[in-house]
Design a protein around this ligand. Sequence first.
Ligand code: FE2
Ligand code: FE2
Length: 151
Amino acid sequence: MTTDEITDLLTEAYLDELETVMNYLTNAIVLDGIHAEEVKESLEADVQEELEHARMLGERLKQLDEAPPGSEAFEANQSSLQPPEDTTDVRSVIDGVLEAEDDAIETYRSLAAAADDANDPVTEDVAVSILADEEAHHTEFRGFRKEFPMD
Ligand SMILES: [Fe+2]
Ligand SMILES: [Fe+2]
């Protein structure tokens, strides 16, 4: 049985994934310098994964006889992932990614819990699959973060 809470979380997560696609793509393009290359490659790969997450969420909404939103429903939230003025400031992008991945992990935990409560194992499976990817992204950027200690 689906609930409003589940369709709201699916919709919110869909929009968050698309904002993440935009910011990871932009940062993968703009960063400069010798410390940037691995981070740029990782962001580029994650763009594809985050887009696939949006697709999975949109398909699940469709199966629930709902629809994913268009851009007019979109409200930007990721202020910490805006491209840095200093394009060699890789650390600010790493910190922004860690924040975005933390938010995503929280969203998918909530979605998995709501789906479990509502006895909706298919949505729960979608949430858990995506959650595993977000935890892997977080771990990778936590590793990058270790190369950029506090000043
Ligand atoms: Fe994602
Ligand atoms: Fe992610």
